[in-house]
Design a protein around this ligand. Structure first.
Ligand code: G1P
Ligand code: ZN
Length: 543
């Protein structure tokens, strides 16, 4: 029953990125790696003495072992209580809710989100603050600073409890509470949505397929969709979490959720399809024979949110990350509410949500959420869609067609170039940044450049400034492209090219997306000098 103060040395590269610290699993498994980072979290937030934390993860390989270490370190650092999901499982939105509901001092979430899991795949650790949201930059900077000066870490020699058993136990004077990961979250969802209307929808014979992608949302989806709302057994596929996500990428997009796409594109497709990612914060939405881009989903949810009880009084505002299409901006104008454009990463939405300036938020990368937690929330998006479908009693195809007929359509795609040599990727970005002023007024194909912007964000709540958040080339008429480097990759650099072509309501609103974007893709590749700068002619992934 002793705390061991273990001497250590700083480990290079423990710098949190867009969403916590992400590295290859063997890096995290190296001796002292988790210990150094977790001690730095505690040191960076002013110590753990007397504090309560939520701890859980997406169940990927090494999840349970890392949680054991965190529990023993929290005890040795003087924490009084740790709330942990049974089996070490907590979806990211469920963890955010528990942090808020229990008024804790924050939480430690173990996930590399949509990245693959396994002994040679990816792992991640992220700290969330007491509002339930990802730590803002001033906190991650303090944590990083602590990693560079660490000399010792504290760990108890008492074993962590068996996480498969619900209930209370004691680790060196600290209480560990193992809870059901689903029940609090399911209860919250019941307060937001009209569950009776959704039950009635399923009662009318409405069919659905939810692909949990062998990741954390399986238990949540089984409990809420099948048991509570009456969706047919078998609605949830791949619903048992596995440490390597069944060998796939738990990334809900048409590439990695191909099983769902095939089901939804078949003649026998159900009415509605959805998927979520490794840690349950992302979503993909499909209708029969139709993929809904995340940017369009945000716009359509915003336009229809008042169908759900939680939003019946209207929205205070909406926020989207810069690369997300401008579709939701048009809805915001129509509703007479503010639309905020923030840098990439959910942490930038926290202040807007806390200050009551935004009710819904979204990112092009399959993230949508609201003020009910401080993370994006995959199942929440699915349930809001179900509430809208139930209340309007129309198909998703009808709802989207009406939406585009009113607002026009922002055709959208993201091209990712992965594992690009870091120096070459930086050169591409540096060259484009330098060229931005001279592009304005030039014509490329059918497009004339209206503006070239190195995106910088001033938080309207606390005035903090985040520079260099991506480069935007906007054309007359509302089309544009943007470029930025990923902050979550674990190998070389990933260049993200975001492409958006606006079609007014009188134009053709039913084009295949790649056809609608073909001109802007060619122009963007030309302007960024893609082939020369990277040696690539095609993206690795299109979403
Ligand atoms: C990616 C997404 C971003 C999201 C983040 C965490 O970050 O693009 O929208 O917030 O994952 O899920 P990136 O790799 O682009 O930095
Ligand atoms: Zn995720």
């Amino acid at each position: 029953m002793t705390t061991i103060v273990t001497p250590t040395q700083p480990i290079d590269g423990q710098k949190p990125g867009t969403s916590g610290l992400r590295k290859k699993t063997p890096v995290f498994m190296a001796p002292g790696y988790v210990e150094n980072f977790v001690q730095s979290i505690f040191d960076g937030i002013g110590g753990a003495e007397g504090k309560t934390f939520v701890v859980g993860g997406d169940g990927r390989y090494f999840n349970d072992s890392a949680i054991g270490t965190i529990i023993r370190m929290a005890a040795a650092n003087g924490a009084v209580r740790v709330i942990v999901g049974q089996g070490g499982l907590l979806s990211t939105p469920a963890a955010s809710h528990l942090i808020r509901k229990n008024k804790t001092d924050g939480g430690i979430i173990l996930s590399a989100s949509h990245n693959p899991g396994g002994p040679t795949a990816d792992f991640g650790i992220k700290f969330n603050i007491p509002n339930g949201g990802p730590a803002p930059e001033k906190v991650t900077e303090a944590i990083f600073a602590a990693t560079t000066s660490i000399r010792t870490y504290r760990i108890s020699d008492v074993a962590a409890p068996d996480l498969s058993v619900l209930g209370l136990s004691d680790v060196d004077g600290m209480t560990v509470e193992v809870i059901d990961p689903v029940s609090d979250y399911a209860e919250l969802m019941g307060t937001l949505f009209d569950f009776d209307a959704i039950k009635a929808l399923f009662g009318r014979g409405f069919t659905m397929c939810f692909d949990a992608m062998h990741a954390v949302t399986g238990p949540y989806a089984h409990a809420i969709l099948e048991k509570t709302l009456g969706a047919a057994p078998g609605t949830v596929i791949n619903g048992v979490p596995s440490p390597d996500f069944g060998g796939g990428h738990p990334d809900p997009n048409p590439v990695w959720a191909k099983e769902l796409v095939d089901i939804m594109m078949a003649e026998t497709a159900p009415d509605f399809g959805a998927a979520s990612d490794g840690d349950g914060d992302r979503n993909m939405i499909m209708g029969r024979g139709q993929f809904v881009s995340p940017s369009d989903s945000l716009a359509m949810l915003t336009a229809n949110a008042t169908h759900a009880p939680a939003y019946a009084q209207g929205l205070s505002g909406v926020a989207r990350s810069m690369p997300t299409s401008q579709a939701v901006d048009r809805v915001a104008v129509d509703l007479g509410i503010e639309s905020y454009e923030t840098p990439t990463g959910w942490k930038f939405f926290g202040n807007l949500l806390d200050a009551g300036r935004a009710t819904l938020c979204g990112e092009e990368s399959a993230g949508t959420g609201s003020n009910h937690v401080r993370e994006k929330d995959g199942l929440w998006a699915v349930l809001l869609w179900l509430n809208i479908l139930a209340s309007r009693d129309q198909s998703l195809a009808e709802i989207s067609a009406e939406h585009w007929a009113k607002f026009g359509r922002n055709y959208y795609a993201r091209h990712d170039f992965e594992a690009v040599d870091t120096a070459r990727a930086n050169d591409l970005v540096d060259t484009l940044r330098a060229a931005l002023p001279s592009l304005v007024g030039q014509t490329f194909g059918p497009f004339t450049v209206a503006s070239g912007t190195n995106f910088s964000y001033t938080d309207p709540v606390d005035g903090s400034v985040s520079d260099n958040q991506g480069l935007i080339v906007a054309f007359d008429g509302g089309s544009r492209f943007a470029v930025r480097l990923s902050g979550t990759g674990t190998e070389g650099a990933t260049i993200r090219l975001y492409l958006e072509s606006y079609m007014a309501p009188e134009g053709d609103l039913t084009l295949p997306v790649d056809e609608a974007l073909s001109e802007i893709v060619a122009v963007a590749y030309d302007i960024i000098d893609l082939v020369v700068k990277t040696g690539r002619t095609e993206p690795d992934v299109v979403t």
